[in-house]
Ligand binder design. Structure first.
Ligand code: COS
Length: 385
């Protein structure tokens, strides 16, 4: 799946214009409101941003992974929260249905997800199951042609906005093979939301707990209709998500470097721009070289991802996606730290990008698998082979 080159370059140009003309000027408003203004969300729907990764046959734009990474790289140049509004529809919320859903499920959900009429979240993490996702405790008991689900999901991105969840629950015994993936409408009786999480950064993104108390969900809502394979669905979704986040990290690193270069040219000390000093140049050069390495990994891995059959997992590509996620998210952490350093005291002041991005990028090393989990995945692959 890919959009033809000409249409893609038109799309990308219009996304870049949208970022420069609408999103960057709204960054302060976003910070103050702690929400994405409704008119911006409406424009995003109009542009088709909620459906970039969904095939045209289900109402989306049908980008390949490489193309999606390019667009997400561009979106990394502005505040995190703008992409987050449609991020779960493009990635972790929708992809399980696309990869493993029945044709009926795809027809029922993907067009609404692609248009943005339905926000879909990914609900895997729990209070006692984070890195060890296979130990999740949310229980789904069969009762006639329904399952009754009980449990709590934690830190669920876009839950306050969601109309449905791709939700992993235990239908069988312990371990990965006892887990099923469900499509759970958010208005199912028995579902309630926790209070919004107060986070270190990323103002305007919305996360909270999702509590399920005797929530009755049709058995027909198990993704693909097959119980016991939900963990694999979740892992495949995360492989893809990790590439998406790598592209975002590279975009954010580029914005940080661009702003740091501008500051280094303009800020004068000791009678000349600080960019004339080699110690500042060293920080800029290290950041640029590391960004280039991250971009090269991201592009190579996205190409490999596109080369494999849709929805099928390839252990080598999963391992490379973990390498890419680990490197790119750690890289942007170092780049943000240097950007603050180059700005000096100004880098600690909230009106500068460096301060906001420094806080925002911290999450990248934690969610969709911590750096340490990426190390585990990479090492497991090497030792197995
Ligand atoms: N694609 C497809 N299948 C996969 C897979 C992948 N990327 N990774 C694992 N699987 C399969 C395995 O092949 C195995 O299937 P079989 O039993 O048929 O062989 C099954 O899933 C269980 O895999 P494994 O034994 O490796 O599971 P573990 O419990 O050891 O844990 C890790 C695997 C740690 C990698 C996993 O729990 C993980 O990714 N944790 C982090 C979770 C995360 O990212 N959370 C963030 C939430 S979203 S913000």
């Amino acid at each position: 799946m890919a959009l033809d080159a000409e249409s893609f370059s038109l799309l990308r140009a219009s996304v870049q214009r949208f970022i420069d003309d609408r999103l960057k000027p709204a960054e302060d408003t976003l910070e103050e409101l702690d929400d994405v203004p409704a008119d911006i969300v409406a424009d995003m729907k109009e542009m088709g941003l909620f459906g970039i990764s969904i095939p045209e046959s289900y109402g989306g734009i049908g980008l390949s992974m490489s193309q999606e990474c390019d667009v997400v790289y561009d979106l990394g140049h502005t505040a995190f929260a703008f992409r987050s509004v449609f991020g779960t529809n493009v990635g972790i919320g929708s992809q399980g249905i696309l990869m493993d859903g029945t044709e009926e499920q795809k027809q029922a959900y993907l067009p609404k997800i692609a248009s943005g009429d339905l926000i879909i979240s990914f609900a895997l993490t729990e209070p006692n199951a984070g890195s060890d996702a296979a130990s999740l405790q949310t229980r789904a008991e069969l009762d006639g042609d329904h399952y009754i689900i009980n449990g709590t999901k934690r830190f669920i991105t876009n839950a306050p906005r969601a109309g449905a969840f791709t939700l992993m629950a235990r239908t069988g015994g312990p371990g990965a093979s006892g887990i099923s993936a469900f499509i759970v409408p958010a208005d199912t009786p028995g579902i309630s939301l926790g209070k919004p999480d107060k986070k270190m950064g990323q103002r305007g993104t919305k996360t909270c707990d999702v509590v399920l108390e005797n929530a009755r969900v049709p058995a027909a809502n198990i993704i693909g209709g097959v119980p016991g394979v939900g963990f694999k669905t979740a892992m495949k979704v995360l492989d893809r998500g990790r590439l998406h986040l790598s592209a975002l990290a590279c975009g954010m690193a580029h914005r940080l470097i661009t702003d740091a270069v501008a500051y280094a040219k303009e800020r004068k000390q000791f009678g000349k721009p600080i960019g004339d000093f080699q110690l500042i140049q060293g920080m800029l050069a290290d950041s640029q070289a590391e960004l280039y390495a991250g971009l090269s990994m991201m592009r190579d891995c996205a190409q490999r991802y596109d080369a494999k059959p849709v929805g099928k997992s390839d252990p080598e590509v999963s391992m490379l996606a973990s390498c890419t996620k680990m490197f790119c998210t750690e890289m942007v952490g170092r780049v943000a730290d240097r950007a603050v350093q180059i700005h000096g005291g100004a880098g600690y002041i909230a009106e500068y990008t460096a301060e906001r991005f420094y806080r925002d990028v911290r999450l990248l090393r934690l969610y969709e698998g911590t750096t340490q989990i990426q190390q585990v995945i990479i090492a497991k692959h090497l030792l197995r082979d």
